[in-house]
Design a protein around this ligand. Sequence first.
Ligand SMILES: Cc1ncc(COP(=O)(O)O)c(C=O)c1O
Length: 483
Amino acid sequence: MIYDDMPVLKSLKEYAASKVLPFHMPGHKRGGIFQRLGLEYLMDNIIEMDTTEVPGIDNLHSPQGAIAEAQNLAARAFGAGRTFFLVNGTTSGIYAMTMAATKPGDKILIPRNAHRSAVSAAVLGKLHPVYMMPEVDSYMEIAMGIEPKTVEKALEQHPDAKAVLITSPTYYGVCSDLEKIARMVHDKGKLLLVDEAHGSHFVFHRSLPISAMEAGADMAAQSTHKTLPSMTGSSMLHVKGERVDIEKLKFFLQLVQTTSPSHVMLASLDAARYIMENYGHRLLDDCIKYSNKVRKEINDKTSFYCLGADKKDSFGIHDIDPTRITVNLKGGGISGIKGEEILRSEYNIQVEMSDICNIVAITSVADDEASYMRLLEAISDMDRWSRKENIGCNQAKPPNSIPVCLMPPHEALYHEVESIEVEKSQGRISAEMAVPYPPGIPVIMPGEQISRDVIDYLRQCTDIGIKVSGVLDPEFKNIKVIK
Ligand SMILES: Cc1ncc(COP(=O)(O)O)c(C=O)c1O
């Protein structure tokens, strides 16, 4: 087989042939939705359409034709003043909006559990990140929303901060109170940036949480590819109001993106907008109905718990995305990681991700009733035959406070570093980050001082099998510190 000699192509071909039911991104779920809605041309001609900026094909970095028109249509559909298409994911949107809102040396307020691109943006922009602690649900063992009062306090303590970045919704589908936060941030004359990677669909249905644009954010970056039918890595950055310097933003968008964008990805963004404008409400009706049915059945008939509206108004949760299926398996004695493995090996279903207690399934307008029911049956069946083991959830107690920051992350990363035993690192400045899952909150960041509490907590986490991501040594015996 010629494909044996092309490992990437081979792996993709095999995954497609396996007919795994995808409850993961991208939201087009293998493109079936394009076929159903008469857009099969996009599906069938990807390589033929792949081209560069020849006459008749617009330029992403100074659009005047089709791309400008498509971005305007998107701005209207997503309730923005301006919309920029992105070919390097929300990651690039977070970089560009953060740097457009600040200048080197500025402070920015970000949630401690923000996606790593927010911290990377602070590194690129030479910023001083000031972290705000999200609320943690001790049963689900995950970080939830940011309370407006946490933002208020951070704004009072750091009146010189230039902007506030909020992640809403989170990976688990949890939304913070963006309207309230927007009012507070604007009252202090600062910019509100929202990492809305998982919320591109919100604006298309009134039963979904309010979108960041509607809530009053100045900029919001959305991974269209996660929850809407566009290609992996295609995203949008929306801007509203007069507070953002658009020319500066355009400069940074050019800086963080390739000069050879994929026009097929751009076309898929255009198609996603078209589908949602024309069919979105009806398709989301189904998506919400079937997701809620799966949630209710799991909660009524299994020993698992599916995150839902009952958690609203606790743990910083202002709203919940009903289309996100986040299931805590510990009541059934299965770890999230094991649950993900079982769903794949026994039921040919792949979920988006798992942590020690939870699995997360991404649903989208491309899923049909049969897919939801297959997921529900698999989860219910898994509950019936699972051995009720006592899974090792995170009994470790995290340190009460965020470590002292002795240098901003960009300085720490350019410093000379050395690798030393974790046990001997007390008092040293970390050159890496350590993020135990759960709850997904970094315990130490580059530039922060390692305390005894931090060492003890991370040691307990690794002892009970909690995955500590971000660290270079997977066994966590050594840590890189500033020399
Ligand atoms: C909360 C959050 N923000 C940002 C990103 C980055 O998005 P992208 O993959 O589109 O660059 C992710 C990716 O998983 C995410 O979960």
